[in-house]
Ligand binder design. Structure first.
Ligand SMILES: Nc1nc2c(ncn2[C@@H]2O[C@H](COP(=O)(O)OP(=O)(O)OP(=O)(O)O)[C@@H](O)[C@H]2O)c(=O)[nH]1
Ligand SMILES: [Mg+2]
Ligand SMILES: [Zn+2]
Length: 357
């Protein structure tokens, strides 16, 4: 397998060579299914297991699909051991679903992240704003992909609603099922470039990849007739090589996409709102009844959409809450570290009378 076509750029090559371990080989994780890894090495695809110490890394540092790793071949066995994870060039993270305050890696080392939304019942610009905010911090270049062009109920107004929130992010509208507009993705399908498709279940991520491959390699399943929701067909992150070069990662549809980031993550995606906030008379304006509030004036004149403002407030609150929870956790950790440090010191300094003396 030509690892350069799979994205082994000088960045990763150098990182691998710096390890200076001749017994290891560079490899890329192309699939992770409940802790079972498949990697691509120069020789081909093989199963991989994790060295124990890697399992104890914090969740966001554990190897994920897309990561470049250094592996040790096991002689006489058809598997390798992942010994080290090379530094990431980009990483798309979210807050793990549920109550835990923990980051989850959604895709590592992706160059172009396709944020896929359906033009059918899935269409929701508020959700798109959320994806765009997360993509900003990932280091990957986002592209908005609007699929199911063939069933769009009101294409013009949908496109203009999307245009209002994407800033200068490119937008590609297509129909994967009918093979319309796929050439809009051509600029991103170059050898060595890694793409990932993210979006809700049922938007057609796997169908788009099949259309690019020209064969039905990945499973797809019809959305529920009752509410148009997807059936969570893809269950693990999987990477495939495209005939024209480049690699593309399919991901399971996400039920919730909670932010992992800070205020800058959100504000950066809302330059229109931030420009208004900066024009308010008071720096601590809450954009309620304060005099000289540029945000309220824009709402009244119709220059700013109330839903967009509500969206900014909601995402903003979410990262502020996340920051507070992380701060709390760090404070608890500091107390715990101190307690353990003190205990250690006591044990070392006062090796109190040993019982057997
Ligand atoms: N009308 C229409 N249907 C499409 C189009 N693209 C995909 N679909 C259908 O949408 C359904 C869901 O497609 P999938 O590719 O399985 O969706 P997915 O995003 O991979 O979903 P998960 O794997 O569950 O996350 C399938 O029945 C597809 O045939 C399209 O362009 N137009
Ligand atoms: Mg799928
Ligand atoms: Zn204001």
């Amino acid at each position: 397998m030509d690892l350069h076509r799979l994205g082994l750029t000088p960045f990763f090559q150098d990182a691998f060579e710096k390890l200076n371990q001749p017994s290891l080989q560079p490899a890329r994780i192309i699939r992770e299914d409940k802790g079972a890894f498949t990697v691509a090495t120069a020789e081909g695809m093989t199963r991989a297991i994790l060295r124990g110490r890697l399992r104890r890394l914090p969740p966001q540092e554990q190897p994920a699909t897309g990561d470049w790793v250094a592996v040790l071949p096991l002689s006489g066995e058809d598997k390798v051991v992942i010994e080290a994870v090379l530094p990431r060039r980009t990483v798309f993270m979210r807050k793990r679903a549920g109550e835990v305050t923990e980051a989850q890696v959604v895709a590592a080392n992706v160059d172009t992240v396709l944020l896929v939304m359906g033009l059918d019942e899935d269409f929701n610009v508020r959700r798109l704003e959320r994806y765009l905010a997360l993509a900003r911090d990932s280091g990957a270049t986002p592209v908005v992909v609007l699929n199911k062009l063939d069933v769009a109920p009101a294409l013009d107004s949908q496109l203009s609603a999307v245009g209002d929130v994407v800033g200068n992010t490119p937008v590609v509208a297509l129909s994967a099922a009918f093979g319309i507009g796929l050439d809009g993705l051509a600029p991103y399908l170059t050898a060595g470039n890694t793409l990932a498709l993210l979006g809700s279940s049922g938007v057609g991520k796997s169908t788009i990849i099949n259309a690019l491959l020209g064969e039905a390699r990945l499973d797809t399943k019809a959305v529920r007739a009752s509410d148009g929701r997807g059936q969570h067909t893809t269950t693990f992150r999987d990477m495939v090589l495209l005939p024209g070069g480049g690699a593309v990662m399919d991901t399971p549809g996400m039920r919730e996409l909670q932010l992992w980031g800070d205020e800058a993550t959100v504000d950066g995606s809302f330059p229109d709102v931030m420009a208004l906030v900066a024009a308010c008379r008071f720096v601590d304006c809450r954009h309620g009844s304060e005099p000289g509030c540029a945000v309220r004036q824009a709402l009244e004149s119709g220059a700013l959409d109330a839903d967009r403002l509500a969206s900014w407030r909601r995402l903003h609150d979410e990262v502020v809450q996340l920051g507070l929870r992380l701060e709390e956790r760090h404070a608890r950790q500091r107390v715990e570290d101190k307690r353990i440090g003190k205990l250690r010191k006591e044990l070392v300094l006062k090796p109190s009378k040993r019982r057997w003396e």
